[in-house]
Design a protein. Sequence first.
Lengths: 202, 363
Amino acid sequence: MSISGYPDAVNELIELLKGLPGVGRRSAERMALAMLDWNPDKLDALGSVLKELPGRVGFCPECGHLSEKDHLCGICASASRDHSTICVVEDPSQVINIEKSALFRGVYHVLGGKLAPLEGKTPENLNIEKLKERVAGGKIREMVLAFSSDVEGRATAIYLAGLFSGSNVKITRLASGLPAGSNISFADPETIAAAFSGRTNV
Amino acid sequence: MAFFLLTFMIKRIKLKDFRNYKHLDIETGNPVNILTGANGQGKTNLLEAVFFVSMLRSFRTSRINDIKNIGSGGFYAAMEVMTGKWAKMLEVEYYGGRKLKIDNAPVVKASEFIREIRTVAFSPDDATIVNGNSSLRRRFLDMFISIMLPGYMSALHVYVTALKSRNTVLKTHGSNKAMLEAYEPMLAESALFIVKQREYHLRLLCENINLILKGFYDSDTVFDIKYKTDVPADLPLVMRKFSNERKKDILRGFTGFGPQLDEIDFYLNGSMMRNYASTGQCRLISLCLKMAEVNILAADSSVDPANIVVLIDDVTGELDEKSRNTFFKIISKAGQAFFTFTEKPSDDFFDNSIEYKVNNGKI
Ligand SMILES: [Zn+2]
């Protein structure tokens, strides 16, 4: 350890925590110091959860949502969901948030991002091939595009609408209940419910 | 001459690592404020800070990195402003990314932040708006319309992001028509809005400048602005142009038309200023341009005149007495003014002003 700094182990922890979104150096320091106060059992539990994370969590082979490793997610596995209506979203946090509104009874498709050529996000590195496969399977009747209304979200929606315009799938998008530039991940359940009930054709 | 308004905008300015201000915290509780001191001490830097907190841009540079104090990791600038009955704290932080706060609450959208104060800066560099290339006039105009109409800034942002995206796709995925098309409706919509607003506000500016010139000269000096755009007149036409030009766009690797190529030219008595005007004429017209901005803002019913702040960086020196009086009369429409001088001038206008002596980043 340096004469005036933290011990090496604490520094390493701070460096790792700093890599998390929204965590700056100072909050990382506070978190690390708080963990030093934890009892060894709790630290052990945290350690093993982290260690098992990659082995236990995977992506649903059907929709791309987070799931128990090598298993369908709960939504795809459920017989009570409407498997003919598919809601296409950017990332898993949106699935979780839309589920909170408890209004949508269909299934999802998680793209793993939005079309953003400026950040190197192009159709090849989005989960689009699987979506084509699901549509080609013939069971999908409606596709709801639930993207934010920023440039990337709008471009992704237009791109997908164009891609599936020749199919028999009815393509809709959420009603304008969501404020411009807003992100579905942060919208409240009422807003999401309103947006779903008023969806419009693309 | 006095400022007629009892309320005024900026009560306090706080800076950290902003240009040559390591730390500054001053009260600015007066309508007319004069910053005096030798050159290079930081008078203009303070005006720049006021402008930056109001507009989230500098009137001197487009490079954010130029603004931070040399050797520091970023900068902080804040102002306490009166909007209506309450004082609000506006804070801008640039350490790594940009953070905006109003009364401690984070603000995500710039267009929301710049709604608080309407600031017009007069700078000796303004002559380049008149004699420089069209991009400088577009930049001036875009900033002016953003002050008048905060939604304009959002439209510009959408346009620029979509344009950059489409240009990247042209270079990397030129054959993917669906990907190119994904940006075209957004581009068309925002381009039409931008062009319409530019046309309208240029007309306003032009009329107003002619009125101001009459006050200066009583003569038949005629000022004119010619605006040329290759954006077609309506949505279906713009969309058709996108599809007609797509092949050419792919070959050249960028979008070949749009408001980013608009040409704006100023004419004085029939001759194009950027080619034929003297330095003096360019300075005068640039001054008129900014005065017109103040006039238009003050006449706008959606703007509280108390929220208009004018920053005057060393531009009145070469005006004769009559022109000076016209100038002071127009800027008196604002709620507050900040001037820079090497020493306090003798005009009556400054009788009730407060003087701040600027010396090497300290006041
Ligand atoms: Zn699934």
